[in-house]
Design a binder for this molecule. Structure first.
Ligand code: ZN
Ligand code: FE
Ligand code: FE
Ligand code: ZN
Length: 265
């Protein structure tokens, strides 16, 4: 099984489980590596209620150290963060990058302006929105994140579909410019299996996006985005089949921002 690099800890206030339980689940799932990438702190604080605070970073490092001690050579444990891409937020990401000897940083678009559009509390706002305009804003933002060069992995590429608000017609018009930016930026994307368990009932990204990304030579990782031990490596067999159908022959491993391919079994 590939590595699972997108996983959370209780520090984000909406995940549960001890580091030992996450590591045991990763070993039981037969993963190559297990990576921890909790929601990064954000400035100015207080920012929102679904991430660790800056003052909790030492606790986060301790959590990672506990996972490593428990793994004890049985599975490599990688250290990362899931960082929020906000316009003008580049200096803060660079600051976070300097706080630890990270193996990778994941960049995610959860905010359009001040709207955390993937938060279920905003379903009413979605219903009143111009979906075409929201998608256009989302993909422009995603492309800027890809071009920033600050991330090793770009998270859940089409998260904007989470609640199944999709524009009419062929969505390739959104995908193509974003994939051009991703390919130029040189980072990997993830195939995130959590989408199968959300209203969109589809992994992030959609198969059509994945095929275009593979043709453009964009490297891939497979992630669960687990917020509980039982979600580690979830649906990876299904995800491997989807990646292969899109043309992928390998996924990526990261160590200290260095990337190498691992053949898809
Ligand atoms: Zn989360
Ligand atoms: Fe996310
Ligand atoms: Fe996540
Ligand atoms: Zn995520």
């Amino acid at each position: 099984m590939p590595a699972d690099y997108h996983t959370h800890t209780p520090l984000c206030r909406h995940a549960g489980g001890a580091p030992e339980a996450f590591v045991d689940a990763a070993i039981a799932a037969g993963l190559t590596e297990y990576g921890i990438s909790d929601h990064a702190p954000q400035r100015p604080e207080p920012f929102d209620d679904w991430r660790m605070s800056e003052a909790e970073l030492p606790e986060y490092f301790e959590w990672i150290a506990r996972a490593r001690a428990h793994a004890a050579g049985r599975i490599p444990i990688r250290a990362g963060l899931e960082c929020d891409w906000l316009d003008g937020g580049e200096p803060w990401i660079a600051d976070l990058a300097s706080r630890h000897d990270w193996d990778y940083l994941i960049g995610s678009v959860h905010y359009l302006g001040d709207w955390d559009f993937d938060n279920p509390k905003w379903l009413g706002r979605w219903a009143e929105s111009d979906v075409e305009a929201v998608w256009t804003h989302y993909w422009q933002t995603y492309a800027r994140m890809a071009e920033s060069g600050l991330f090793d992995i770009l998270g859940h590429p089409d998260l904007v579909k989470k609640f199944s608000f999709r524009p009419q017609g062929d969505l390739a018009r959104f995908y193509e410019p974003a994939i051009d930016a991703i390919a130029a930026g040189g980072c990997a994307i993830e195939l995130n299996t959590a989408g199968w368990h959300k209203p969109c009932a589809e992994a992030y990204p959609a198969p059509g996006f994945l095929e275009l990304a593979c043709s453009a030579g964009v490297p891939l990782v497979i992630s669960s985005d687990s917020h509980a031990p039982q979600e580690v490596g979830r649906d990876f067999t299904k995800a491997i089949a989807l990646a292969k159908a899109a043309g992928y022959r390998e996924t990526q491993l990261f160590e200290k921002h260095r990337r190498r391919g691992e053949p898809l079994a």
